[in-house]
Design a protein around this ligand. Structure first.
Ligand code: SAM
Ligand code: SF4
Ligand code: SF4
Length: 336
């Protein structure tokens, strides 16, 4: 089994299929930076489905069993179902999932399911339509995202999750409403601590609502108890409601980092490979692919990169004097 310098195997591949997004979440693609003038990657700069499937296939041979498609907004990539169909046929793949803002889920849920997608995570930070527009963009309709979640169930998805990034002074008051929404619909909500990803969101520790506090807020309303992890390296701590009305998760990326079990690697839309969410730069696989590298050569490069990996950014950040500065990759480039 291939391991990195901290004895971590590779298990989980996240593929960003586009750098474009129709939302302008302030913590990811602030409107003042990503205006009309902003130049996104040209089509020829992003990996084709064939290139993505080829790389995914090599990863599967190296031990990856889980693939998550993300972005930017993955449903902006034309015919995403075509990619899903190619990926779902790869031997060794046990879990194929998608993270989306949900806006175009209504019209796509059925074809995604038919193509072999197994799980969907919708990002949703509030159930208040005004706050939603404030957080994600003025013209956006919360109802469209909610209809997308409904459509996912109608299309036959049984594992639909919601990711909620909790920010101090922005949406912490939404926690109970979202928990109730999850209970009503049978959706697992995962409350995520706001992270210092990228260089654009002016993150400060004071903006983080610690997982312990999120849990206390939920405990103030519902009786809950802890659940076992589904597998080693699961990032969410799981809890169930004592009245059996489902479960929720809390992801303490900042206050209780989980680098020790991190088996994730990320492929950006332009074909760069990142071994950490906070990496400064990635390995340019696209140039190798388009320069005619054989499968063996590509695999060798991937193995070399993983074997020299020692990333543990979130743990380092929490160490005494552990404030880390320097340029980092942006979230919209590698998709979380
Ligand atoms: N556009 C899709 C979406 O929003 O689901 C996929 C890409 S988005 C970058 C992936 C996830 O990253 C979303 O759930 C988003 O809320 C989360 N995210 C973005 N910036 C974050 C931050 N600073 N801290 C924690 N999560 C963040
Ligand atoms: Fe778009 Fe997702 Fe980033 Fe929001 S978090 S701007 S939906 S990529
Ligand atoms: Fe993995 Fe890097 Fe996040 Fe640590 S900081 S859990 S190594 S992606």
């Amino acid at each position: 089994m291939m391991q990195d310098l901290l004895n971590r195997p590779i298990r989980d591949l996240r593929i960003s299929v586009t750098d474009k997004c129709n939302f302008r979440c302030k913590y990811c693609m602030p409107e003042e930076v990503f205006g009309f003038e902003y130049k996104f990657l040209a089509r020829s700069d992003i990996l084709t489905f064939e290139e993505i499937a080829r790389v995914a296939n090599l990863f599967m041979k190296l031990g990856v069993t889980k693939v998550r498609l993300t972005g930017g907004e993955p449903l902006l990539r034309q015919n995403l179902a075509g990619l899903i169909q190619q990926l779902s046929g790869i031997a060794g793949l046990r879990d194929l999932a998608l993270t989306t803002n949900g806006y175009y889920l209504q019209q796509n849920a059925h074809s995604l399911r038919a193509a072999g997608l197994e799980r969907i995570t919708v990002s949703l930070d509030t159930l208040d339509a005004n706050l939603f527009r404030k957080m994600a963009g003025r013209h956006l309709s919360l109802d469209t995202v909610l209809a997308g979640i409904d459509a996912a169930f109608t299309a036959g998805f049984t594992d639909v999750k919601v990711n909620t990034v909790v920010q101090r002074g922005v949406n912490e008051q939404e926690i109970i409403d979202l928990a109730e929404f999850g209970r009503r619909l049978g959706v697992t909500i995962r409350f995520i601590e706001y992270m210092d990803v990228g260089n654009l969101n002016k993150w400060r520790l004071e903006h983080v609502v610690p997982a312990g506090e999120i849990l206390d807020i939920i405990r103030g309303k519902f009786s809950v108890g802890p659940l076992e992890s589904n597998y080693r390296g699961e990032v969410a701590r799981r809890y169930q409601y004592s009245d059996s009305k489902g479960e929720f998760g809390v992801i303490a990326s900042v206050t209780a980092p989980f680098c020790g079990d991190c088996s994730r690697i990320r492929l950006s839309a332009e074909g760069k490979l990142f071994t950490c969410l906070f990496s400064a730069d990635g390995v340019d696989l696209k140039s190798l692919i388009r320069g005619g590298a054989s499968d063996a050569e590509l695999q060798e490069r991937i193995v070399a990169q993983w074997q020299q990996r020692s990333d543990r950014y979130s743990e380092e950040r929490s160490e005494p004097n552990g404030q880390i500065v320097g340029r980092k990759v942006e979230m919209y480039q590698i998709g979380g």
